[in-house]
Design a binder for this molecule. Structure first.
Ligand code: CA
Length: 225
């Protein structure tokens, strides 16, 4: 298991590196956003441990760039900022866990191992409803474990429905969300996307069904639940 530790304070970086190596990991270190981003692009890492305060930017920049580049490895954030806003920000940005400094080395090792033990993709990245799995980073859908290829707009519709599974998603919300992507939105665009999507989900054997709530919007409901 190979890890990247991104930490600009040499003393802490060395401490973390030594601890993780004793625990059996292979460890590389980076001290800046630029270095970390370049290293993640070329190296094959199983997880990264990321300090939020870096000399040339924010650790969240590293995370955002990695996620944009399609990385699905777990990220554990280290933060001296004991503020809930930062934690929420980190988890929304696609981080998997965080530790507030100072932390015990044993705790860091335990959390890292827990992240690596997680099946499939990282927390907050795969949305699930019934037998539908939606990988929000890779933009891939699986139904009953089998990949289901969908055009971009149908993926976008499905993402919103899965995020709010069991609750109505107003048509106006879907129009707003998709409007930024389409320059021109035909008045019947959403119903057409939903109709195509519904047909494909049924054909793929999806347990959730898309219901139309007349005059309001759409609802994804898992009939197997
Ligand atoms: Ca720092």
């Amino acid at each position: 298991m190979r890890l990247l530790v991104v930490e600009d304070e040499m003393r802490i970086a060395e401490l973390i590196r030594t601890g993780l190596m004793r625990a059996g990991f292979t460890v590389d270190c980076a001290g800046t956003v630029a270095d970390a981003t370049a290293t993640l692009e070329v190296g094959s890492y199983d997880a990264a441990i990321l300090d939020l305060g870096l000399p040339d930017g924010d650790g969240l920049d590293v995370l955002a760039k990695a996620r944009q580049a399609g990385s699905v490895i777990p990220f554990l954030l280290l933060t001296a900022r004991d503020a809930i806003d930062d934690r929420v920000l980190g988890l929304n940005a696609g981080a998997d866990d965080y530790l507030v400094k100072p932390f015990a080395m044993d705790e860091l090792i335990a959390r890292t191992k827990a992240l690596l033990r997680r099946p499939g993709l990282a927390l907050g990245i795969t949305l699930v409803s019934g037998n539908i799995q939606f990988d929000t980073v890779g933009r891939e859908v699986r139904v009953g474990g089998k990949p289901l290829a969908l055009p971009r707009q149908e993926l976008n519709v499905l993402e919103h429905l899965v995020r709010r599974a069991g609750r109505v998603v107003p048509k106006s919300v879907l129009e707003d969300k998709l409007y930024g992507i389409d320059d021109e939105l035909e008045s019947n665009a959403i119903p057409v996307h939903v109709s195509h999507l519904r047909r494909k989900l049924v054909a793929a054997g999806a347990t959730p069904e898309i219901h139309t709530v007349r005059g309001v919007g759409y609802l994804l409901e898992d009939k197997s639940a």
